[in-house]
Ligand binder design. Structure first.
Ligand code: NDP
Ligand code: CA
Length: 308
């Protein structure tokens, strides 16, 4: 069956249309680690054939290429060196990868190494000023979660004095019972972002935060001194609500429909121009995710940002 199709919708009001600036497209996506998909995850409704790597890897690539983003922020990447990096390099992207210190993928049969965060950008659009991979620390101890940062500069000289900006990608600790840890990881993420970017540099922070909007870490991110907003709120009628779901799975312990993925951005430095819509329940289908029509249990989020 064809891949789940979604439209990119404009979210700018008339007040935004007059502003000038550089536009770039960002994709945030937990692509689902191959090793975890076949061992730990137990997606009970997903046909095993849909999890066959030789099929799924092309579906992942299809989803990435469908939206032609300038920047790609991924979690659960466990086929960076042997697939994603060479494939995307041939298409003009430069990639960075930072593995988790003790990736759960390593404990799965037939694993392909640790999973981690990956960040890609189009070489024709940006040059890399600086990059860093970090382990998130809580109470002075390193956790098993990471973040990856890149400082990017527009390469087109006609963009004039366009400022460089920082893109970050992270994947916070999963599961119930770890809310306090996620809160502290969020605080460290902000601290490390600030340290990497320096004061006043615009930031875009993408991640699978493993937390619904009501959880404390979401407020940590959205109410910080860094003045961040969450891009997908622009998609709601009142511009203040997150989507109803960014992941929808059926596991042995039941059905899980949650919003866990976000693209935070400096609200005084960027304007959200478009968002890739969230599919309706009908389009998601009975299998939920992953399925033959969608290769991950998380939806990709795609936004056009204008630097203002
Ligand atoms: P996390 O707890 O953050 O999660 C690891 C992965 O599990 C994530 O990618 C997450 O996906 C996924 N996940 C979330 N909920 C479920 C669920 N209900 N069922 C199955 N998978 C789920 O990992 P840590 O980095 O803290 O590593 C801890 C895990 O690593 C342990 O839970 C264990 O499974 C594994 N491990 C095993 C060892 C062993 O000897 N067997 C040793 C060390 C670790 P998402 O983010 O998309 O929700
Ligand atoms: Ca997962």
């Amino acid at each position: 069956p064809p891949l789940l199709k979604r439209s990119i919708v404009s979210v700018v009001g008339t007040e935004g249309a007059v502003r000038e600036g550089n536009v770039f497209r960002v994709m945030q996506w937990n692509i689902l680690a191959q090793a975890l998909s076949q061992a730990d995850d137990s997606f009970v409704r997903c046909p095993p054939a849909a999890l066959d790597w030789d099929v799924r890897k092309y579906r992942i690539l299809e989803e990435i290429l469908a939206y032609n983003s300038d920047i790609l922020c991924f979690q659960e990447v466990d086929h960076y060196h042997d697939f994603l990096e060479p494939a995307l390099k041939s298409l003009g992207y430069h990639g960075l990868f930072y593995p988790k210190p003790d990736s759960p993928a390593l404990y799965c049969p037939n694993n392909n190494g640790p999973d981690g965060c990956a960040l890609f950008f189009k070489k024709e659009k940006f040059s890399l000023v600086d990059a860093d991979g970090i382990v998130l620390s809580v109470g002075g101890f390193e956790t098993n979660q990471v973040a990856l940062f890149a400082k990017l500069q527009f390469s087109d000289p006609s963009t004039g004095g366009a400022k460089s900006f920082v893109v970050g990608v992270t994947h916070l600790k999963a599961r119930k019972g770890w809310e306090r840890l996620r809160t502290e990881q969020g605080k460290d993420l902000l601290k490390q972002t600030q340290k990497f970017s320096g004061k006043g540099t615009p930031v875009v922070l993408c991640g699978d935060f493993n937390a619904q909007p009501a959880e404390e870490v979401y407020s940590v991110m959205s109410k910080s001194k860094m003045k961040l907003n969450s891009a997908y709120k622009s998609l709601s009628a009142d511009r203040t609500s997150e989507p109803v779901y960014t992941t929808w799975t059926v596991r042995t312990d039941g059905e899980w429909r949650q919003t866990l993925d976000y693209i935070f951005f400096s609200k005084e430095k960027f304007q959200v121009e478009t968002c890739l819509e969230i599919p309706t329940e009908e389009l998601v289908g009975e299998t939920r995710f992953p399925s033959h029509t969608y290769p991950s249990d998380h939806l990709s989020l795609v936004c056009d940002f204008k630097q203002i």
